[in-house]
Design a protein around this ligand. Structure first.
Ligand code: AMP
Ligand code: MG
Length: 424
């Protein structure tokens, strides 16, 4: 028979998400404000060729080296003429020999009272200031007949009407898009000064984890967080550094952190971030004295361990894949953008009617796996944070505010598509 002792069982909790009344749960907005205040650019600069610039972040304003267009040119296929020669009503003008085509401009001057064949993109020849559309003209090859009037400068593009040489075309902190590459190329820029790519190390922790594709013991689960986090980092435009899986062993975790700190500018770990027996990540980060275990008023998520390990910031994400992804999107993404030189960026929500009902309590912000169907946000059938299938089912997240909220069908809710975070 067991000896008597003072241990009493804890009172039963029928709501395991109840917030302890004596603990301060940091609201999401407060946590974000702290991150924004404390983080700054941590990467150097380099020049990259235009072909390598997609997704890179400008470290200085980019100046147009050339005007676009560099010279006046024709916006259409037609005939170039002088506006002063045009009268109201039917008229005809003789054509000069030759033409002006894109890349093969007419070299001479078009004399008064004459017109010239001109093609789209061709430089406007001397003596011409207006172009008439070929569809508005009859011609036998020697003369054109058409109706006036025409607006002066019609169907022409002025030199520099799009961008003038010397203009700032893109500002410091801009993450280069495919459209930006067109602008950069068009304005004569071949190399861009950018921040070095932010290197983000990813470590998974847990004795239960097996590598995707390997044979797993019955008691093991596959490491789902690492492939997800590495891919997210890549899509954000940063450089993922795969640091592998650490066992639940304090010394081993320490070695993983040491190595990751050498190889990356920021470390994302998942698992072991709470205060359990095998939560070596939070225990270790705590030992450095620089850790803050943020008990965040967020679901899913909650414990997020933030620390600096050998000078490198560490985000200790929760192990549950859903919480790991949500915490990465909500906290780590803006932090990474800041460290990488893109500044503090938060996505803007789309306000859409809900296709679900939910009674939400006050005291924490909640993120639901969601997608839009017929313009309405529908949510995944389960809120369980181990339900990885819901992450993939969803196209984004619905954010419910810190306050209590009764969501009815048709209530407006804040929806953030994954694309708003830079994911596809
Ligand atoms: P932990 O935070 O280490 O207590 O982990 C919380 C839950 O997430 C546990 O059920 C873990 O097995 C699970 N988990 C931790 N890391 C991963 C991972 N990399 N992939 C999938 N599940 C994980
Ligand atoms: Mg664990």
């Amino acid at each position: 028979m067991a000896e008597d002792n003072d241990l009493v069982p804890p009172p039963l909790k029928n709501d395991c998400f109840a917030l302890p009344s004596d603990t301060h749960w940091t609201p999401v907005a407060e946590a974000l404000a702290l991150l924004q205040e404390r983080l700054d650019i941590c990467v150097g600069e380099e020049y990259v060729a235009l072909a390598d610039a997609l997704g890179r972040i400008l470290s200085e304003d980019l100046i147009a080296q050339r005007s676009n267009p560099p010279q006046p040119n024709s916006a259409v296929d037609g005939f170039g003429l002088r506006h002063a020669d045009i009268v109201n009503g039917p008229q005809s003008l003789p054509l000069v020999l030759g033409r002006s085509a894109a890349g093969a401009p007419y070299q001479g001057t078009v004399p008064e009272g004459h017109a010239i064949r001109i093609l789209t993109g061709a430089t406007i020849p001397q003596g011409v200031d207006t172009v008439i559309l070929q569809e508005d003209v009859n011609t036998d090859g020697d003369v054109i007949a058409f109706h006036g009037p025409l607006k002066k400068g019609a169907n022409t593009r002025k030199a520099g009407e799009d961008v003038a040489a010397g203009d700032v075309i893109l500002v410091k902190g801009r993450q280069i898009t495919p459209a930006d590459l067109a602008l950069v190329a068009a304005t004569g820029v071949g190399a861009l000064k950018v921040y070095k790519r932010l290197k983000v190390g990813v470590i998974s922790t847990g004795d239960e984890l097996a590598e995707a594709g390997d044979t797993a013991r019955a008691d093991q689960i596959y490491d789902a967080n690492r492939p997800m986090l590495l891919a997210m980092i890549l899509q954000f435009g940063f450089e993922p550094v795969d640091m592998g899986r650490a066992p639940d062993d304090r010394l081993a975790v320490k070695r993983f952190l040491d190595e990751a700190a050498m190889k990356s500018d920021l470390i994302l770990t998942s698992g072991g971030a709470s205060a359990g027996d095998e939560d070596h990540m939070s225990a270790l980060l705590n030992e450095t004295g620089a850790m803050a275990l943020w008990r965040l008023a967020i679901k899913p998520g909650r414990p997020l361990a933030l620390a600096v390990w050998n000078g490198t910031p560490v985000f200790g994400l929760p192990g549950n894949p859903v919480a790991a992804m949500v915490c990465t999107l909500i906290f780590a993404k803006p932090a990474m953008s800041c460290l990488a030189g893109a500044g503090w960026q938060l996505p803007a929500p789309q306000w859409v009617p809900a296709a679900f009902t939910k009674s939400k309590k006050a005291g924490r912000r909640e993120y639901l796996r969601a997608r839009l169907r017929d313009g309405k946000a529908e949510v995944f059938r389960s809120e369980g944070s181990g339900r990885i299938s819901g992450l993939s089912w969803a196209d984004g997240l619905v954010e419910l505010p810190d306050e209590a909220m009764q969501v009815c069908e048709g209530s407006l809710v804040a929806y953030y598509p994954y694309t708003a975070f830079g994911l596809s």
